[in-house]
Write a protein that binds this ligand. Sequence first.
Ligand code: PLP
Length: 460
Amino acid sequence: MSSADPAALPNSPHARDKAYALHPYTNARAHERRGPTVIESGKGIYVRDDQGNEYIEGLAGLWSVAVGFGEERLVEAAAAQMRRLPYYHSFSHKANNPAIDLAEKVASLAPAGLNRVFFANSGSEANDTVVKLLWYFNNARGRPQKKKIISRIRGYHGITVASGSMTGLPWNHRDFDLPLPNFLHTACPHHYRHAWEGESEEEFASRLAGQLEQLILAEGPATIAAFIGEPVMGAGGVLVPPRTYWQKVQAVCRKYDVLIIADEVITGFGRTGRMFGCELFDIKPDMLVLSKQITSSYLPLSAIVISDELYAGIADNSDRLGNFGHGFTTSGHPVATAVALENIRIIEEDGLVANAAAMGERLQAGLGELRDHPMVGEVRGVGLIAAVELVADPATKRAFDPLGKVGAAFFERGHGHGLIVRAVQDSIALCPPLIINAEQVDEVLKRFRLTLDDTYTWSR
Ligand code: PLP
């Protein structure tokens, strides 16, 4: 960085960020050396930093900006609601119109039998709420032992104490004293990495369902409350399960009265080319968890949609105890819910779910052409979510050592080619806004290829 560079000035945003901020998901010491990329504005699929560089936001922020950046309709919806009623809570029978409308809308979109909506602010809060609802429900039902929750290795459900316990990634546990007791993890349905030699996807799915059953039996079915999973794993590296995996898992759960929680924080609202990822695999969840694309992340909001049966148990218990002792100051925030309603209107009016399916096919086909590249091990994805796993030797699937270094190099080099991606170790994830068009998909593919070649040259 030259001394003429405004970023080098002692009172620059860069210097002050380095001095005052502790960044989420960032190596703090590396940040002190590197400094921030300060994003100042965004329009459509593009964002711009304070040095004038423009990037394609290939991850839609954090898998979240469905309608793209700078959508005036969301700005207007927020401003109008701010003027009318900027805040109100939902405790003690209070309600507000946008939260009522959104609850009705989300219930109408959700899978059959899920008709009650609880609002929180983030995916993590929603998933902590899921755990508490399960515990509350099973206590109410006189089953105080039925409390354990099973998630998957490499699953991602957030970082608060309970949601972080369900997350199955080492860096979310290590030195945080997680997971808590009674949070169990079963195998990750990633065929490329975890199948036995010669094992078909179908056989692999059966083996994993069998492992889940063994775990439930070993712990005792009377102690297992629920199984939680993302229909397609996102933050764990975009892992699409075998086609029959969810059906097999669902059958095991039903057999032992284990509820199914679909965490659709990433897959919800069109990401996979369907409104919900559950539709892809015919998952019939007892709870659905939504966030991110519900407002395109313009404002924080999450929603849990629960089954009529769960609602009945919870409602009766609140009546017995005199209260449902759970809720956030900003549950059902009128501005966030107003923005969500407008965002969902745009998704529906502009056909963004169908666009995700069509543009997804183009993206997946284009990435598929990289399969012959000497550094590409696997290309995977569905709709507008994909990952390319970089390996040292595609023939043997040998990973790079140390894992993650090449992914990090790709991530940094992507910036030089005007492309923001996410590196999950050495898997490079793409998840662009749902508004992307064909020409822009081709531009993403072009920049991805340039970054790949550049990273390959560097790695030799
Ligand atoms: N669940 C899933 C599937 C996610 O991908 C995420 C975040 O990426 C979360 C939960 C946690 O959401 P938040 O970061 O809003 O707490």
